[in-house]
Design a protein around this ligand. Sequence first.
Ligand SMILES: [Zn+2]
Length: 127
Amino acid sequence: MLSLSHWNDQTHYCCHECGVEIPKEDFEVNNMIIWRCPTCNGPIDVYASTEERNYSIIRKYASEIKINDLIFIVPRMKSHEVFDVKEIKGMIHVALKEQGVVKLAKDAFVDSVMGRWPTGTTPWTRP
Ligand SMILES: [Zn+2]
């Protein structure tokens, strides 16, 4: 199963458009996390770490997944490449390398890996 955000407390959130770190409370509206910058409505970048690696992540809707995206699966703490995605009966079927096909609601959020960052740096702050 794809699981949604279970990142630890050291996770950082920022908007690159505005160049600021954003506390999670600021994009939580009525207990719903909207994953949009409260100032410019741009996507929130997530900087998260596992024991092995640091990831920069964009959260997107399952309906926005594209071939070659890297989707992070929390229970496995690994990212998997998308090699096929199609909509069948209102569900998004995503074929992931080494993982098989997962079915998601169109409005389910997934973690899409954009890159990595070196330990000791703070890419969520403007240099
Ligand atoms: Zn912004």
